[in-house]
Design a protein around this ligand. Sequence first.
Ligand code: BEZ
Ligand code: FE
Length: 286
Amino acid sequence: MQLVTEDTITDLAAARWGTAKDPRTAELLTALVRHLHAFARDVRLTEAEWMAAIGWLTRTGQISDDKREEFILASDVLGLSMLVVQMNHPFAPEATPATVLGPFHIDGSPELDFGGDMSDGVPGTPLYVCGTVRGLDGEPFAGALLDVWQADAAGDYEAQLDVDEARLRAKYLSREDGSYCVRTIAPKGYAIPMDGPVGELIARTEISHFRPAHVHFLLTATGYEPLITHLFREGAQYLDSDVVFGTKEALVVAFEPRDPGPTPDGGHSDVPWLEARYDFVLQETS
Ligand code: BEZ
Ligand code: FE
């Protein structure tokens, strides 16, 4: 019979999970057992604390569905998402850096033409985000797909609302000269969802639960590494305290005020608008 003591339990459990047939799974599970046990030892975890943690995990699962991703949110606020992003996207310093995906991306956004309006009547200050998509050699290129999404002026994403149509999200293709142009509304800073288990934990701390104003981008192009990133508004509140650790200097862009008149898509605005210029630099796949 196995002799299970506080001293032997970790080796016994790690050995058992090390029998996973896939070697990588075995590596992940044995390391998980060792780190979990080390954590429990380190803090001398009590049974009441462990039951409270299990209750929290249960509620995190129960509140999650196809629109609400509470585990992603938990990973984001714990800094784990950004750590995984950093480790897996060691881009060249000249490439546009990656940041968190977040829980609100929706697949299958409609494709719009150059300058197409993804805000489509949602109230806000018109914003044009335009520039080029380039490789590390500086050459702009055609056919990069930009999947773009953002929150409305109240800080809500489509996934948080009961709507049938795509709202504040669209896909754009870079043109022959590498140019792209997104017409949207100026994003605002917003609070992450605080009505669930993640909010419960944050409310026990001094952590600011806000994100600075940003627009999300997911860029894909044949022969290049996919890029998940944001553009943040220069001067926005919370740039220094982003609750999900997602801000990076290279992703902060001026939203320049413009008077009514011609817009970068060749159109015209009757009201004052904002212009953000950004050239995305993608890294070739190795
Ligand atoms: C977001 O920017 O959409 C987001 C990212 C992480 C957590 C919550 C929201
Ligand atoms: Fe966001």
